[in-house]
Design a protein. Structure first.
Length: 258
């Protein structure tokens, strides 16, 4: 039988803890003990994901976003860690270490665009490399289509909403950083990128990137990160063949897009 610690060791091999940022809180965050037969892979541990795990008789959830991040001053039935303990479900969360890891969030994202000669940037979290030449609007449409195909569809509206800034030149060298990476546009420029594709970028990031000749595509925090769940599940199955690993079908973008 598989133990909690065996799954934790396997996850540390997938996303070594030394790769995490100092401010982060990755690791075994909820330990209910017991033997592991079935694990659910998710991006976020929400009440819906806890209910899904319980319904599918999973003893553990492995996620990207930490279920405990800020210090807990009190805990009650409305809190997800409480719900996990109540259901007897453990949680392993690998955050910035999974961003930076080989085969992690950003390498999965880069692979969607067939990136070649991949290099790291942004302190190892991001990836930059060559792609087949493509116009920015076409790349934005490709991002929307490819990411939507890898995400759980919402009840209403599109799965992925993409916005972009076109600096007026085709993209041959792409930088990707999942999640809220818009502030790292200067790092992408320093790496010779024509375009930065990320999850979130604000108004000022867009203005400054275009002024400096960098195109910018913001494809959503959820959409740029959820695809890693399938990769994590595959790696965990390979490491622990006796363990059944499912990918969440209830973990969706919290936003509804018009």
């Amino acid at each position: 039988m598989i133990t909690v610690n065996q799954v934790y060791e396997a996850m540390q091999a997938i996303a070594p803890l030394e790769l995490a940022e100092h401010w982060d809180n990755p690791g075994l965050l909820v330990d209910c003990g017991g033997q592991m037969h079935r694990v659910l892979a998710a991006l976020d541990i929400t009440p819906e994901v806890v209910a899904e795990a319980a319904a599918k008789q999973c003893e553990m959830i492995v996620s990207h976003h930490p279920v405990i991040f800020d210090p807990l001053k009190k805990i009650g039935p409305q809190d997800v860690p409480f719900q996990l303990v109540q259901a007897g479900i453990s949680a392993i969360c690998m955050h910035t270490n999974l961003d930076a890891a080989e085969g992690g969030v950003n390498e999965v994202l880069a692979g969607i665009f067939d990136m070649k000669n991949m290099e790291t940037f942004a302190e190892g979290c991001g990836r930059v490399g060559a792609i087949e030449e493509i116009a920015v609007p076409e790349l934005a449409r490709k991002a929307q289509q490819e990411l939507a195909a890898r995400c759980n569809a919402p009840a209403v509206g599109p799965a992925v909403q993409v916005k972009f800034v076109d600096a007026g030149k085709p993209v041959k060298r792409l930088a990707v950083i999942s999640g809220a990476g818009g502030s790292l546009f200067a790092d992408a420029i320093a790496m010779g990128a024509d375009c930065l594709l990320t999850g979130e970028a604000n108004h000022h990031h867009a203005i400054d990137a275009m002024r400096l000749g960098l195109s910018l595509i913001a494809a959503g925090h959820y959409a740029t990160e959820f695809p890693v769940t399938a990769a994590v599940a595959a790696k965990l199955r390979a490491a622990l063949p006796e363990l059944e690993v499912l990918v969440s079908t209830e973990n969706r973008d919290p936003y509804t897009y018009l």
